[in-house]
Design a protein around this ligand. Structure first.
Ligand code: PMP
Length: 327
């Protein structure tokens, strides 16, 4: 669909996948006025196709739009567009194992204009692609590189929005993580450089030996994950106390070393829940590490993961009313 100040949102349509034709002076290419969402559609055993909490994605897209000075997108247009595309692509929704149809809604400044002001022509689009199981050989802990040089987002910046620019900023630290043999990068707050924010694309949780679970409180620069919120609900269902608070990087290092933190996991739409093994950081010219797992996924992590995946794949009662029937 297209948006202009006079006509509002108009011309919604489903078209065959293909290249967009963009003028070289299209605003998004120069000023990155762009936001997106990521979600999945699942084939259920009863033959239905369902998406997970699309109204939560709609609400987050709304908050991102506001921060990026993009127009309001009515939630019926957002959810309706996804429903239409998934129905059209129904035969592409895989079934079996942890497979799904990944859905990517995005909105960008399509006005042809070189100048720094909100665009007066905006395009909203949705694409989709079948996604295989994230963990093909079983769930395995990931290793994390602590980025001490770079922040993902600053206070007052766009960290709480899902905009492309945040990911552009995380590419260099992410490649530094890879150079140190790590799978993911963890970012700290940009003021005190002491508090854990999140990974490049996942939120973090710390499981303590008394059963309580701590997650970094939303700081204004953390992306409010829909999986993060769902985990909070399911962990509480399983009897865990959930604590949202500022969480120091030293608490992570010391907690896993003295055994008070028994499991660390990260969560997001792509991997659902993934155990975190080693945390590594630069210590002068050396690399130091703190390990929270011996290569195995923790019990609490796997119990919460299973509770969530069972709802998403229609194997358990949808007691929180999270699944949205598309077809
Ligand atoms: N943080 C960041 C920076 C992300 O890109 C994502 C993935 N969208 C998440 C957290 C997790 O969010 P969600 O659970 O909604 O996928």
């Amino acid at each position: 669909a297209e948006w202009t100040p006079d006509a509002g949102w108009h011309d919604p349509r489903v078209v065959a996948y293909g290249p967009l034709s963009v003028d070289p002076a299209t605003a998004v290419l120069h000023y990155a006025q762009e936001i997106f969402e990521g979600m999945k559609a699942y084939a259920h055993p009863d033959g239905s196709i369902r998406t997970f909490r699309p109204y939560s994605n709609a609400a987050r897209m709304q908050r991102s739009a506001e921060r990026l000075a993009l127009p309001r997108l009515p939630e019926e247009l957002f959810v309706g567009a996804i429903d239409s595309l998934v129905r059209t692509d129904a035969e592409w929704v895989p079934s079996g194992g942890e497979t799904s149809l990944y859905v990517r809604p995005f909105m960008f400044a399509s006005e042809v204009f070189l100048g720094v002001r909100p665009a007066k022509h905006v395009t909203f689009s949705v694409i989709a692609s079948p996604a295989g199981a994230y963990f093909a050989g079983g769930v395995k802990p990931v290793s994390i590189w602590l980025s001490s040089e770079y922040a993902r987002a600053g206070s007052g910046g766009t960290g709480a929005a899902k905009c492309g620019g945040n990911y552009a900023a995380s590419l260099l630290p992410q490649s530094q993580a890879a150079e140190h043999g790590c799978d993911q990068v963890v970012f700290l707050d940009d003021v005190e450089h002491a508090f854990v924010e999140e990974l490049g694309g996942m939120n973090l949780y710390f499981v303590y030996d008394d059963g309580s679970i701590v997650t970094p409180a939303l700081s204004g620069s953390i992306l409010e994950g829909i999986t993060r919120e769902s985990v909070m609900t399911l962990a509480a269902d399983l009897g865990h106390e959930i604590i949202e608070r500022r969480f120091g990087i030293d608490e992570w290092r010391e907690g896993v070393r003295d055994g008070r933190i028994t499991e660390v996991f990260a969560c997001g739409t792509a991997a659902v829940l993934t155990p975190v093994g080693a945390l590594k950081w630069a210590d002068g010219d050396d690399v130091a590490e703190a390990r929270s797992s011996d290569g195995e996924a923790g019990k609490v992590t796997m119990a919460i993961r299973e509770a969530l995946v069972d709802i998403q794949y229609g194997r358990a009662d949808d007691r929180h009313d999270w699944m949205h029937t598309v077809a």
